[in-house]
Design a binder for this molecule. Structure first.
Ligand code: UD1
Length: 355
């Protein structure tokens, strides 16, 4: 069968890598459409290169814009792309504007839609990602859930009969990359700047943390006051907002660096003393690497990381300082995100639903 993956933003490229491999292994034709939501090389090209993802078959080049403009630009072009490739199934990933736009266009043209990473909920209706995931799950014909908790949310919304638990595909990639780094003994991306075990790694990019100057300033001040150096891998959004509001990203313990490619990110994460982030992916990667995580948000979709003690939600300067200096969490063998073979299960579920 012909499966079309539509991706556009950094975390989707990570999820695409194991799916592309699994589709190839299952001998299925796989078309890749890149919407162009992320266009900086460090947010896009390096993932295709390092994770050996085939080049996209179509690139929509939509770029940045307000939610309506960005989502609408993808929608306007997807009709033509779908007519051109006539896929047997369209696979959309996660919760970005690219996800929603692809799901809506495919649904309207009666192409079957599968949603990978279905059923995640923050229950925060102000987050653009929450709108995108709720609407996409309800548009999709097949909801591929990463966790039991996500399956529960789908059931609660009446979507149980179209939902399948496959596990988390980011776990697939993380395990492969972690093992490759260990084998290769690669040069540490912060070599010469950071002492293993004695620095924190940070990423902050969400609208709720970057758009209001007082909120961004509060987070920057908290990181600047940390007890060890903090390397902030600065997404273009946080750089742009900090510049606009005159907030320096080099202050006290805080050092701003460019985003890292995926293998370098994992290498930097695994030897850090802790990770401070508002990214969904990195929260989970911290847990899987058994590095203490601090999440700068009021809620998380990955509740297992908090329940198991490896992740703490922290918002004020005091909460962030307390989370960073807390004792190492208790060891655990729990594997709520699967066994590293989620992509194979996802492709199998797509074949059995639509072939
Ligand atoms: C998007 C997703 C978010 C995901 C994140 C991963 C939505 C609503 N949000 O957020 O869920 O966690 O990707 O990174 O889809 N920019 C650049 N270069 C780029 C891309 C963006 O400079 O290649 C800047 C632009 O100023 C743009 C801003 O970042 O306006 C926001 O980009 P956008 O793609 O809209 O959202 P993200 O914050 O990246």
């Amino acid at each position: 069968m012909r499966i079309m993956s539509v991706v556009g933003a950094r975390p989707q490229f990570v999820k695409l890598a194991p799916i592309a491999k699994a589709a190839r292994a299952a001998d299925q034709e796989h078309i890749i459409v890149h919407t162009g939501q992320h266009y900086d090389p460090m947010l896009s090209d390096v993932f295709f290169r390092d994770l050996e993802i085939p080049a996209p078959d179509a690139h929509l080049g939509v770029g940045s814009g307000s939610h309506g403009v960005q989502t609408g630009a993808i929608l306007a072009q997807m009709d033509g792309v779908l007519e051109r490739f006539k896929p047997d199934a369209v696979l959309v990933y996660g919760d970005t504007n690219s996800t929603l736009a692809a799901a809506v266009s495919a649904t309207k043209l009666h192409f079957p839609v599968a949603h990978l990473e279905a059923g995640l909920r923050s229950f925060n209706r102000e987050m653009p990602e929450e709108h995108n995931r709720v609407l996409t799950d309800h548009a999709a014909d097949l909801c591929l859930a990463p966790t039991e908790v996500a399956m529960g949310h789908l059931a609660a919304e009446g979507l149980a009969t179209r939902s399948v638990l496959v596990g988390d595909v980011m776990t697939d990639v993380l395990f492969q990359v972690r093992d490759a780094i260990t084998r290769q003994d690669a040069v540490h991306p912060l070599a010469g700047e950071a002492e293993p075990g004695n620095y924190y790694l940070a990423t902050i990019h969400r609208a709720e943390n970057t758009d209001a100057p007082e909120r961004l300033r509060q987070i920057v001040d908290a990181l600047a006051a940390a007890d060890r150096p903090v390397f902030l891998l600065a997404h273009p959004r946080v750089r742009a907002k900090a510049a606009e509001h005159g907030i320096p990203l080099e202050a006290g313990a805080l050092r701003a660096r460019d985003p890292l490619a995926y293998p370098e990110l994992i290498a930097a994460a695994r030897t850090s003393a802790g990770i401070v982030t508002d990214s969904g992916g990195l929260q989970k990667e911290a847990f899987l690497l058994r590095v203490p995580g601090t999440t700068v948000r009021r809620e998380t979709e990955w509740v297992e990381t908090v329940e198991l003690g490896w992740n703490v939600l922290a918002n004020t300067a005091e909460e962030i300082a307390a989370a960073l200096t807390r004792p190492t969490p208790a060891p655990t063998d729990a594997a709520p995100y699967g066994d590293g073979h989620a992509a194979t299960r996802a492709v199998d579920a797509i074949i059995s639903a639509f072939d």
